[in-house]
Each structure stands twice: as C-alpha cells, then as structure tokens.
Design a protein around this ligand. Structure first.
Ligand code: MTE
Ligand code: MO
Length: 541
C-alpha cells in the first residue's frame, strides 16, 4: 500500500509526500460511487424493496422538518422527489470526496467513514416499511465491501504531488515520472468509473423487472352497466356551453393530469398477484381480500373530486375523476365493526397511514376501496392496485394509495402520518371555487365580451351556486354546468364585458348545505385554505 514515492525522504518544498488532494478526492468519489452502485445492484436483486438511495431519501422525507419539505416543493415542484434523490447522491459523493482526501494520510479513517456511510444505509433500509433488516445487512455488506476495496485500491495508486515550480519554468526532466503515475492513476479511475456506470445501469435494468405496469395493463375492470350511464352523463355535460368555455378545467381530469401527492421517493410497485387487503383491529373477525376479490366486487362507479389539504386558494392540487370500487362499508360489515371502534385507520405498503372517524364512513357518503380511475385500473402513481376514496375528506386523512391494511381503532389511540407534522386531526374538505379563465395578470381586450369561468367543489355536499364579483360591483350569479352529483366539482361561467383599466375578479361558491365560502383568508395549514379566489386582469382597447 505504500507507494514508491515514499521511499525518498520528503522534500522540504511543501510537497505532500502522500499525494495531491485532488487525487484523494477522486479516489474517494470513485469509492463512494462503487459503494452506491454495488448497493443499488444488490438492492435491485430484491426489488421492489427500495435500494439504499431510495431508502435514505424516504427517511429524509419522513424525518425532515416540514419547512424543508415545503421548501423542496416550492423550489422543485413536481420534480421534488428526483431533486431529493439527486441531493442524496450528491451529498454522498461530497462526503466520499472528503473521505478520500483524509484517506491519503489516514486510511483507517477512510475505511471507518465508509462503514459509517454503510450504517446510514443499513438503518434506512432496515426501518423502511418495504425493507427489512436481513435485506439491509445483505445490501450494506456488499456496498461497504465494494467501497472499502475500491478506496484502498485507488489510494494505493495516487500519484506523487507535482513538484511546485517557483521559478515559473518547469524543469524538463522532473515532470516525467509523476506524469506517468498520474496517467496510470487516471486510467484506473476511468476504468472504475466505467465499471460503476455499467453496474448502475444493470441495477436500473434489474429494478425495472419489478415494475408492475405490465401486470396493470393486463387487468380488466368489470364492465359495469353504471359505467355506460356515467359515460353518457359526462358526455352530455361536456357539451354544454359552460363546459366548452375555452380555458375552463375539464369536467373529468384525465389520469395523466391528475395531481400527485405522496411521501414515497419511489412509487411502490405492488404486484397484485401477491397482494391482499386486510381488515383488522376492533372487528369481530379479521378478513382479507385478494385483488381478484375486489375486482369482482368493484361495482360502484362514481365521480368524486379529490383535493389536497395543501391546495392554495386557486391552486391545482385538486382533480375530479370517476372512481370504480367496492363500498368501504360492505367490507367493514363483513369484518364486523366492534362497539367503540371510533376511527378507521388505513396503511399503505410503504408504511404511510391516516385515519378518519368511523361515523364518517357510515353517514351515507361515497367511501370506496377503489380499483379503477376514469375507466382504467388505478394508475401505479395513484395507488395501484387499490386505494381509498372518501368523498368530502382531504387526501391526507383518507385517500391511502397502495392500500394494504384497514384497522379499526379509536380516535385517541392513533394519529395519522400528517397529524404530528402540524396538520389537523380532522380533514373535511372546505367548499372552494377557482377562476380558470382569464388567467391571473391576463391582458384582455376592453369592450368585447369574455367569459369568466372555472370550477367549484364541495364534495359530498354539492355546489348550488357560484357568484362572481368584478371590482366592487354586485355579485353576479354564474351559469353552472351539468351536475355529476354532489361529490363532483361543478364547472361555472359568467359573461363579462370589460372596460379599459385593471380589474379585480373574485369568485365564491355556495354548497348544498346553504353555506357560502367565507372571505376570511387562511393558509392551507392546518386544515385547508379558505377565502375567495381573487385575481387581477388588465383590459385595454
Ligand atoms: N400511500 C400514500 N397514500 C397517500 C399519500 C401518501 O403520501 N402515501 N398522500 C395522500 C395525500 S396527502 C393526498 S392529497 C392524496 C393524493 O392522491 P393522488 O396523488 O392520487 O392525487 O393521496 C393520499 N394518499
Ligand atoms: Mo394531500
């Protein structure tokens, strides 16, 4: 391990006898890369269990303070997860570079650092809901061995420091031996980097075998009589003047445009062939259902608007889809809910959970174990093979994706994932309305008639009235689109002729209980934003 250049006494010119830092850093980076790639390939052998990078990213999402997560969402938007994964890799690489530099003098510290690095991954994979300790030890051992081996191999090849030339003229004969060592070192680094790239690609390839999209494509939803009825209803509703207003939200949000919110760094891949839904806890008998069981019983089909509690006034974290599934109470009845079971807790395969009062499921509203979304099996991103959809509750208390377990418990005994993170225990959706067109800040032509239009929702209550106010004028009642039922949002439109100048447009909705949205503005935390969506536009001749 001692390289040739230490045979000579160290010159006193400030030359480091153990090699330059850049070389140490490179050796460390390559060692870190080798550890990551080896860990990922070992992890991919056990896919869909999460590899070390995803497991660590999952822990960051779960343990990070809310401001960190909010910051990530604000800066990266929908790309917040790829950004988090990239961040995990970058931090690992920087750490590895530092370890490499330290290893130039203290190899044991470098080795210890890699072991520490491996322990972080081990714990992350061990505690992950889709991981496990045996798996974690297997993957970490392989990763750490590859990391240490590569570090020692590379450090031993670090070239001597290039002599510092104070005269500004490089002595012709001095440069050669170090140059050869440097070239050989870089050749080793290059070869290792290529190997790491290959292994990483292999890991990706292996992991894609665990993807369930193919299994999903093969699923056939039960064709329902009701489906044709709903299709006809939707088709008719889509032809009204309100629905065809340019710029208005589509009545049914296509799956690929439906907002996505979850804490999974990598979308869980659940093979329906080895999946069951269990109902347990305060029940007379535990029951479990296979995917086939649920498919055969998924005879309820209904449009329901789903919203995220984080949706800002005027925001886009809301969508309306036609869900197909099994009524939740049918399954609960088969298990037999015991006296005193005041809360329904549900959990996903990746360990996320939430809960809502049992009485909500029994108050007559639509509450489904859903297997279909807009005529297709649930998209993998939206919870394949099954999820909960409870009309009138925000997603964070009800809409568990990749559903695996329903547990009857009490309100006191359990708080869902988001409750200790600052969100309200109860999450009824607040009645809301949004102006889709014109857009905020739009420049419009004065004198001509334009539509002001959008959507309003109060799932489980329904929308009965939408009103629009221009500047401080009177509230004008909008024309409503066809209703798809009390669970679905309603499109609305008003014709407006603007005079030159800037204008403030406001909207407010009234729901089926007769309540009109409050003008009092609140932030989304802790129980959903309130207030009227208000925008400014500019009209000119
Ligand atoms: N497994 C799991 N299910 C989950 C979540 C999650 O983080 N994990 N997030 C919930 C939240 S906060 C919302 S708003 C909805 C969003 O559902 P969507 O992504 O299908 O729009 O899913 C809910 N179900
Ligand atoms: Mo949410």
């Amino acid at each position: 391990m001692i390289s040739h250049h230490t045979e000579q006494p160290a010159p006193r010119t400030g030359i480091d006898p153990v090699g330059p830092r850049w070389a140490g850093a490179l050796a460390g980076i390559i060692a870190g890369g080798a550890a990551l790639a080896a860990g990922e390939v070992a992890g991919a052998l056990a896919a869909p269990r999460p590899g070390p990078v995803i497991a660590v990213s999952n822990r960051v999402i779960d343990e990070a303070p809310p401001w960190f997560v909010d910051f990530g969402k604000a800066v990266f938007g929908l790309a917040d997860k790829p950004a988090l994964i990239a961040g995990t890799i970058v931090i690992s690489i920087v750490f590895a570079a530092v370890l490499g530099i330290v290893s130039l003098r203290h190899r044991l510290v470098g080795v210890g650092g890699i072991v520490g690095f491996g322990l972080v991954g081990l714990v992350a994979m061990g505690v992950d809901a889709q991981g496990g300790w045996g798996y974690a030890i297997f993957v970490s051992t392989i990763a750490v061995s590859a990391g240490i081996g590569t570090l020692l191999l590379m450090i031993a090849r670090v070239p001597a420091e290039r002599p510092q030339v104070h005269t500004g003229v490089r002595p012709a004969n001095v440069a050669h031996p170090p140059a050869v060592a440097r070239r050989s070192f870089l050749a080793w680094i290059g070869a290792a980097a290529a190997t790491i790239g290959g292994v990483a690609l292999g890991a990706r390839q292996l992991r894609s075998r665990a993807a369930v999209e193919e299994a999903r494509q093969a699923v056939e939803l039960v064709p329902l009589g009701g489906a044709a009825e709903i299709d006809a209803l939707v088709e008719a509703a889509e032809m009204t003047d309100v629905a065809t207003t340019p710029g208005i939200s589509e009545l049914i949000t296509p799956n690929e445009n439906f907002y996505l919110i979850d804490t999974a760094a990598l979308v869980p891949q659940v093979d329906p062939a080895d999946w069951t839904l269990r109902i347990k806890g305060m029940v007379d008998r535990e029951v479990s259902y296979t995917y086939e069981d649920l498919l055969a019983r998924a005879t309820t089909i209904v449009p329901v608007t789903l919203s995220c509690v984080s949706n800002e006034i005027g925001g886009r974290l809301v969508g309306n889809a036609v869900w197909q599934g099994v009524p939740l109470v049918d399954l609960l009845e088969e298990a037999g809910v015991r006296e005193g079971a005041t809360q329904i807790r549900s959990q996903s395969v990746d360990g996320w959970d939430c809960g809502f009062p049992t009485e909500v499921a029994y108050d007559g509203r639509t509450a489904l174990v859903a297997v279909g979304m807009n005529g297709e099996p649930l998209p993998v991103d939206h919870g394949f093979p099954a999820r909960l959809v409870v009309s009138g509750l925000y997603g964070y208390v009800s809409a568990t994706k990749w559903l695996e377990e329903i547990e009857l418990t009490t309100l006191e005994d359990f708080d869902g994932y988001w409750i200790p993170r600052g969100w309200s225990k109860y999450g009824p959706i607040k009645t809301q309305s949004r102006i889709d067109t014109p857009r905020r800040g739009a420049k419009i032509a004065a004198g001509g008639q334009i539509p002001i239009a959008g959507v309003a929702w109060a799932p489980n209550k329904g929308i009965t009235k939408v009103e629009v106010q221009v500047d401080d004028g009177p509230w004008t009642e909008a024309t409503l689109g066809e209703s798809l039922g009390a669970n679905a949002w309603r499109q609305w439109s008003v014709a407006w002729t603007a005079i030159s100048g800037s204008h403030t447009l406001r909207v407010r909705a009234t729901d089926g209980t007769g309540d009109t949205q409050t003008m009092a503005r609140t932030k989304p935390a802790p129980d959903g934003a309130s207030g009227w969506h208000t925008i400014e536009v500019e009209a000119s001749a």
